[in-house]
Design a protein around this ligand. Structure first.
Ligand SMILES: [Cu+2]
Length: 264
């Protein structure tokens, strides 16, 4: 077989695998039909996504440069037939050594600063006078939301006003759960006997799918929730109607048991 032909036939399977990888990576419609970290709908999710993207772009540049140099070295310095010249041994290059020490160091420092800044932004608790307070309790296998200042409790559905920070205090009634609404914020564990905190904000009205992201038992697969972001006036109307319901039932608290969001 001629060398070129042999080269092509060797490349056949890697090529098929490569094409399959690219083609199949487009099959993941799972998240786009429900919720995706790639489609942020608020400042928390946006900051998290931009940190992911910046890290990814830097990695891509490094990958392309390293693979390019590797490929270049492979071709440029490959063994050639009838080439009997001695292999020249290099004893190092101080300028290159400095370059490939300093550049990665600068990249790591840049990523560290960016990550710490984002971390501070995400963990800074919103001012309680200008934000909505909600206590979140994970149960096997549903989410309970209590609005302590409003006398309202809901199951499955978390109602929030658009454009307002929502301060969540999380805990669990049984085992460890993880609160995750991909379009609004990253995951936070809900731990029994312990309080964890996070905040989120929806920039536009809509329903945002969420689920428990920590395996918590046989019903874990179905532990979904919906965050319903309403324009502020509509949110106030909902609050008033719920409070009226509570008053009518003779209790200080009104409970709304929303339908369990089904997975599509
Ligand atoms: Cu769970």
């Amino acid at each position: 077989m001629r060398p070129v032909k042999r080269f092509v036939s060797r490349l056949k399977w890697p090529a098929v695998l490569g094409i399959l990888t690219v083609a199949l990576s487009g099959c993941g419609n799972y998240f786009s039909s429900r919720a995706s970290v790639l489609a942020p709908a608020g400042p928390v999710a946006s900051r998290e996504l931009s940190l992911i993207q910046i890290s990814l772009y830097i990695m891509l540049v490094i990958f392309v440069v390293v693979m390019g140099l590797w490929g270049f070295a492979l071709i440029r310095y490959r063994a050639r037939r009838n080439d009997t010249s001695a292999v020249s041994a290099s004893t190092g290059d101080t300028r290159l050594e400095i370059l490939w020490t300093v550049v990665p160091l600068l990249i790591v420092i840049y990523l560290t600063v960016l990550t710490v800044q984002t971390e501070f932004y995400l963990t800074r608790r919103p001012n309680p006078t200008t934000s909505l307070q909600v206590s979140v309790t994970g149960h096997q296998f549903f989410w309970q939301f209590d609005y302590p200042g409003l006398g309202i409790s809901t199951i499955h559905n978390l109602y929030i006003p658009v454009g307002e920070k929502v301060n969540l205090t999380l805990t669990s009634a049984d085992v460890i759960h993880s609160f995750w609404v991909p379009e609004l914020a990253g995951k936070t564990d809900a731990i029994p006997g312990y309080h964890t905190y996070m905040w989120l904000e929806a920039s536009r009205a809509g329903s945002y799918f969420g689920e428990c992201a920590q395996f918590c038992g046989v019903g874990h697969y179905n532990m979904h929730m919906t965050v319903i972001a309403l324009p502020p006036a509509q949110f106030q109307t909902w609050v008033k109607s719920m409070q009226k319901k509570g008053a009518a039932s003779g209790t200080a608290w009104a409970l709304e048991r929303g339908p369990l969001p089904v997975s599509s």
